[in-house]
Design a binder for this molecule. Structure first.
Ligand SMILES: *Cc1c(COP(=O)(O)O)cnc(C)c1O
Length: 380
């Protein structure tokens, strides 16, 4: 049986989430914007409950929540929306700052803005994946419009010091956007305490449905819509609300907040067991900071094996990700930013543990890697 240890790629929808979504597909199908009859008002009320749940998880008011199709769309709305709003009001600030280890759903919209009059600085990270705060401070000045730093990295699980980064941004009057797709529902996070102005999240990374997410916007942050039409979401994201998906997102967030501490502690112990077992095999290096990382993440580089052979050897037993980013085959830009060569990146494995992960799967993963290494290292 395949051990699924790729929870950073996506998580299974929790059965309790499925149950919550069920009535909203067929029996309660009304459009929440059709406010003239009861079923539509009920759908609107269900969406508002979801909105409150998402808002409560991040310590903000419900009106901060803009529902989207996921974190990719939320990032695009945040980054392009802030830039366009700045243009509209003749703002002098234009510069954008981010880190080399951000998700492509942040880097690509920022690079697009870079080609359209918003100078972009992409800062390197240290070998442990953390940004040097002095270097970041030096990069933020009176021209900086926005800084985008993710809460938890999707490959190496590294947690940037958002509180310190938030302080730097505030001191210089720059906005802080945070792609928190891997953090919400996994580690405690509150927007105001961390000084985050805009935060992106995704349903399918926290045991909710694919195709639902949100952008949370702090008070007074000017944003221009990137999708025009029916005026939903205060005119910031037009399109009929995906009621079942949003109900599922709200329920998933609620459930994730309820078992966050317990799950983190349990998975942290399993991750430790996994690391101990793998490290004992020899020639294994950890990618990312040893402690400032998600409790359910482990990312390793294995010396002395060819990446392609390793992945082929493992794939019948383990669903894990390799250092070839997102199955596109090109070497991971995150591992490259840590100083890993393309050959080392290919011989890397990302493990993402999750709510359903049991000890037996961890033992199976250790045994699978041990067997693969014994074979591959003896037959060069
Ligand atoms: C998965 C992920 C995304 C993309 O989210 P979607 O909801 O699939 O669009 C963006 N950023 C990070 C950090 C992610 O892990």
């Amino acid at each position: 049986m395949l051990a699924y240890l790729d929870h950073h790629a996506t998580t299974p929808c929790d059965p309790r989430v499925l149950e919550a979504m069920e009535p909203w597909w067929s029996s309660c199908f009304a459009n929440p914007s059709s406010r003239l009859y009861r079923p539509a008002l009920e759908a609107a009320a269900a969406v508002e409950i979801a909105r409150e749940r998402v808002a409560a998880a991040l310590g903000v008011e419900a009106r901060a929540v803009i529902f989207t199709s996921g974190a990719t769309e939320a990032n695009n709305l945040a980054l392009k929306g802030v830039a366009e709003a700045a243009l509209e009001r003749g703002e002098r600030r234009r510069a954008l700052v981010t880190l080399a280890t951000e998700h492509r759903a942040v880097l690509d919209p920022l690079q697009w803005l870079g080609l359209h009059g918003f100078p972009l600085t992409v800062l390197p990270v240290q070998p442990d994946g953390l940004v040097d705060l002095q270097r970041l401070e030096a990069a933020i000045d009176a021209d900086t419009l926005l800084v985008s730093v993710m809460a938890a990295n999707n490959e190496i699980g590294v947690l940037q010091d958002l509180q310190a980064i938030g302080r730097l941004c505030r001191a210089r009057g720059a906005l802080l956007h945070c792609d928190a797709a891997q953090a919400v529902g996994h580690i405690p996070l509150t927007m105001a305490e961390l000084g985050i102005d805009l935060l992106s999240l995704s349903g399918h990374k926290l045991y909710g449905p694919k195709g639902a997410g949100a952008l949370l916007r702090g008070e007074g942050v000017a944003l221009a819509p990137q999708q025009h039409g029916g005026g939903q979401e205060h005119g910031l994201r037009a399109g009929t609300l995906a009621v079942p998906l949003l109900v599922g997102l709200g329920r998933a967030v609620e459930l994730a907040m309820a078992d966050l501490q317990e799950r983190g502690a349990r998975l942290g112990a399993l991750r430790q067991r996994l690391w101990d077992g793998l490290e004992a095999l020899g020639g294994i290096r950890l990618n990312g900071h040893p402690r400032r990382r998600l409790p359910h993440n482990l990312n390793i580089t294995i010396d002395g094996v060819e990446g392609g052979r390793l992945q082929r050897r493992l794939r019948r037993e383990l669903a894990v990700s390799s250092g070839s980013a997102c199955s596109q085959g090109s070497p991971s830009h995150v591992l490259a930013a840590l100083g890993r060569s393309p050959v080392e990146a290919a011989a890397s494995i990302r493990f993402g543990l999750g709510r359903g992960t049991q000890e037996a799967e961890i033992e199976r993963a250790i045994n699978a890697v041990a067997a693969a290494l014994a074979e591959l290292r003896s037959t060069p």
